[in-house]
Design a protein around this ligand. Structure first.
Ligand SMILES: [Fe+2]
Length: 234
């Protein structure tokens, strides 16, 4: 399995706080059946991890994984927030952040936590003009999406994908979030799933989430999810 959303790179944001933690997260991921992680440190007003730092950290972590004998492949990425103060398109064109797997085909495009970013559809459309698809992480965790689900329909209609977080499906982000996460699965809106892991407090749960989704909506739909995820790094 491929995890396209994970804060495994050490000491860059609120994810892994040391190389030891990063290696421990890597071991947990391998135990869950994950073969590749796209590392997605934050790119927002609080933690603005630029592409150069992401790529340097990837090289460092690859070496450490090799030395530790951990069979995990790591690829660069960012979780890019639609902050008012940032011009995502300008920052994309100046290579300020990493697209997923550095392929310039998918961007993990996060909403602010305070309110829906009203320029979302414009950014999604402008990314598409550049041949890039936006993937919106953890919509189930945003209150404005839970209360106004039509916003998600317009985002999907504009060509974006949604990434539901495995922990949300398992109830580790609370009942309200869990209900919304399964509602999005039932609606066929969860194009991909990922861990959004920040530490080792919880083991990644992609295998368990996959099984539960298959039981609910069928193995074929889950296979489609993983095909999309594979395409992100292809
Ligand atoms: Fe994240």
């Amino acid at each position: 399995m491929v995890d396209i959303h994970c804060h495994i790179l050490p000491e860059l944001d609120d994810g892994a706080d040391s190389l030891e933690t990063a290696l421990a997260m890597a071991r947990c991921a391998v135990a869950d059946g994950i073969t590749t992680i796209v590392a997605t440190p934050h790119y927002n007003v609080h933690w603005c991890v630029h592409s150069g730092r992401v790529r340097a950290s990837i090289v460092m972590l690859r070496n450490a994984l090799h030395e530790a004998g951990i069979p995990l492949h790591v690829l660069p990425g960012n979780e890019v927030r639609l902050d008012e103060v940032r011009d995502v398109l300008h920052d994309l064109d100046t290579d300020a952040f990493c697209t997923l797997a550095d392929k310039r085909r998918y961007v993990l495009l996060e909403q602010p936590w305070t309110a829906y970013a009203t320029h979302t559809l414009d950014v999604v459309a402008q990314l598409q003009e550049r041949g890039i698809r936006a993937i919106v992480p953890h919509p189930e965790r945003h209150g404005f999406f839970r209360e106004h689900v039509h916003l998600l329909q317009t985002i999907i209609d504009a060509g974006a994908w949604l990434q539901v977080t495995a922990d949300s499906l398992l109830g580790n982000n609370g009942n309200v979030v869990q209900t919304a996460a399964w509602d999005f699965i039932d609606r066929g809106w969860a194009h991909v799933i990922a861990t959004d892991a920040h530490n080792i407090k919880r083991a990644p749960a992609l295998a368990t989430a996959s099984r539960l989704i298959a039981e609910r909506i069928g193995a074929q739909k889950v296979e489609d999810m993983w095909k999309r995820t594979e395409h992100v790094i292809a």
